[in-house]
Design a protein around this ligand. Structure first.
Ligand SMILES: [Zn+2]
Length: 601
């Protein structure tokens, strides 16, 4: 036996070292510095993303950067050219480049921008309270060196805690060090600094972390956990036999009435990442409202872990941050996930049958506005269209085509295959890789049934009217495009809860058109002798807005300081319901069987 000692000289590993001092943030700006490793290039191009995965429009984060400077090792400035359309900074004599520095303006307060960045994917800097750091809007990468690891050294106030799924180490109460292996991981791990209000729960092989920023402390992490516990413990495990991640972070940001300006620009919602998701919704002290949006959105975002965060095409796997290319399968990434989220909410009894049917009905009503759309073309052109109303159709028509696909696959394979199983199989095959955009349909057909081809050609690639009525009938539901009906009503009254003043204000009404003689500007004080407050108004105003019987309702309200009380029964009026869905009676065995396969009941 012979030992041979070989001295291996490893080159020092290249690492981008960013430093960000949150305590120095002023006027919605942050300064970013980056110590640049020796890339040994004459010219280096620093890229700030023009767009990022998971948010399907051009953002131009370069527009939020200014005072960009590059320095050599003795502190001399190097020549830099900014190319606005590309969001790039070209640095010359880069052989001697030692560091770059620049300021970043936040996106949340950029409220005059017609191309406003969706809040959960944007940035916000409020010293001492909240920093929403979507890292792709702060840090770029050097062209050709996307795979270089980065470190972000953060200085912060000791009272702030970082909610993130990134590898974040507290060096001291005022310093954190975040390490990421490459740019893809950097951009996929938002850092949200806030006062700590956190809780976690382990379910099977995953620990779920919840962190909450609630402007007026109306919502706590424990309350969120109580609300989504059935989802974490029932829906998620029934969808994922084994979780694809061991740790997942939910970061909830609830702006209050003081933040009216931030919310005015629209864009409440959530954004998904591989091991986390960020939620931006108005703060509410009403648990019914909180639960109603939480349940659905949390499932939708988490299911993205399967697609497009794992199962994805080349365009997303090798995301081009300068010239983003779109995949034609947005119908699957968003529509498929939306469909499966609702299906599993029903399967695990978080949704009632009525909730589920109402969600299908809403999708039909919405997709009627944008009927003649090829879903594949819609996906391919998504970066060319900034119309959010048009984009939102992916959650409607996209979800409806996923429904058709799932029903048909179940029918043709007698339940041996379904949409979820198909996605799991494809994910297994392409783990750590990507599929070719053009070949996905062939794979779907070969793994299911030859007849699936014509469904894809007609309704996903093609623009034929979706046979939702016929497919609902296959699983025992009747869809009536128009259905004469009668409902109870107290007339036209629209009431809004004003959380600043803690009162219910009538926003739209005319005294002769409602049973209580309510007028615009009246304050509703009590319904059926119960004083209204933030915790109960939603339920009690429902008695006025959606009466379900002929029972009288008593309303106490104040008009110009004078209190009045009126009690009346609703009237019954004839209406035409659109896209009305109801269960059929006397299902055939085939209908029963297919319904059980598709909806689990
Ligand atoms: Zn989504």
């Amino acid at each position: 036996m012979c030992f041979l000692f070989v001295a291996v000289l490893l080159p020092a590993q290249l690492v981008n070292r960013f430093t960000i001092d949150l305590t120095k943030s002023k006027k919605n700006r942050l300064s970013i510095k980056c110590e640049v490793p020796a890339y040994q290039k004459d010219v280096l191009v620093y890229q700030i993303p023009k767009a990022v995965p998971g948010s399907y429009s051009i953002k131009n984060f370069g527009d939020y950067v200014d005072n960009f400077k590059a320095y050599d090792r003795i502190g001399k400035k190097l020549k830099v050219t900014y190319n606005k359309p590309d969001n790039t900074f070209t640095i010359e004599n880069a052989q001697s480049l030692a560091c770059i520095g620049y300021d970043v303006h936040d996106t949340w307060t950029d409220t005059h921008n017609p191309n406003y960045v969706f809040a959960p994917g944007g940035t916000y800097f409020e010293p001492g309270a909240l920093f929403c750091l979507n890292t792709f809007a702060l840090c770029g990468y050097f062209d050709g060196f996307e795979h270089t690891p980065s470190e972000i050294h953060i200085t912060k106030e000791s009272g702030l805690y970082c909610s993130t799924s990134a590898d974040c180490k507290a060096l001291s109460p005022t310093e954190d060090l975040i390490r990421v292996p490459d740019y893809d991981s950097l951009q996929d791990n938002p850092l949200v600094y806030m006062a700590p209000d956190t809780v976690s729960l382990a379910v099977n092989n995953c620990r779920f972390h919840i962190a909450v920023f609630s402007r007026n402390h109306k919502i706590t992490s424990r309350q969120i956990l109580a609300s989504i516990r059935p989802i974490l413990t029932k829906v998620f495990p029934s969808f994922f036999p084994k979780f694809p991640t061991n740790s997942y972070t939910f970061t909830f940001i609830f702006p209050g009435w003081q933040d009216e300006n931030l919310m005015k620009s629209g864009g409440v919602g959530a954004m998904e990442h591989r091991n986390s998701s960020v939620y931006f919704y108005p703060e509410t002290g009403n648990s019914a409202i909180l639960n109603s949006f939480l349940t659905h959105v949390v499932v939708h975002e988490f299911l993205h872990v399967l697609t497009p965060l794992s199962l994805k095409s080349e365009q997303i796997f090798r995301f081009n941050y300068r010239n983003p290319e779109a995949s034609q399968h947005l119908w699957l990434y968003e529509g498929g996930v939306e469909y499966l989220a609702n299906q599993y909410l029903l399967r695990d009894s978080i949704f009632s049958e009525n909730d589920y049917l109402e969600s299908v009905r809403q999708k039909l009503l919405y997709s009627d506005r944008y009927k003649q759309i090829s879903m594949t073309e819609f996906g391919r052109k998504i970066f060319e269209n900034s119309d959010q109303g048009y984009y939102a159709n992916v959650y409607s028509r996209g979800a409806l085509v996923a429904f058709l696909l799932d029903v048909r696959i179940n029918e043709l394979t007698d339940g041996k295959m379904n949409l979820r199983e198909l996605l799991f199989q494809l994910d297994e095959k392409y783990k750590g890789r990507f599929f070719q955009d053009d070949t996905l349909f062939d794979e779907i057909v070969s793994r299911t049934h030859p007849d699936i081809r014509s469904l894809i050609d007609k309704y996903i690639i093609g623009t034929e009217e979706l046979p939702v009525k016929a497919y609902l009938h296959k699983i025992g539901y009747r869809l009536s495009i128009t259905k004469p009906d009668s409902i109870y009503t107290f007339g036209r009254v629209s009431v809004e809860y004003d959380s600043r003043a803690n009162r219910c204000v009538v926003r739209d009404a005319a005294p002769s058109y409602n049973a209580f003689n309510l007028d615009k500007g009246d304050l509703i004080l009590a319904v059926n002798d119960t004083d209204l407050n933030e915790a109960n108004y939603y339920q009690y105003l429902g008695l006025i807005g959606n009466p379900d019987s002929e029972k009288e309702v008593k309303v106490r309200f104040s008009r110009k300081g004078k209190t009045m009380e009126v009690q009346n029964p609703p009237i019954r009026i004839k209406v035409t319901q659109l896209n009305y869905i109801e269960p059929e009676r006397d299902l055939t065995p085939d209908q029963q069987r297919l319904r059980k396969l598709v909806l689990g009941r």
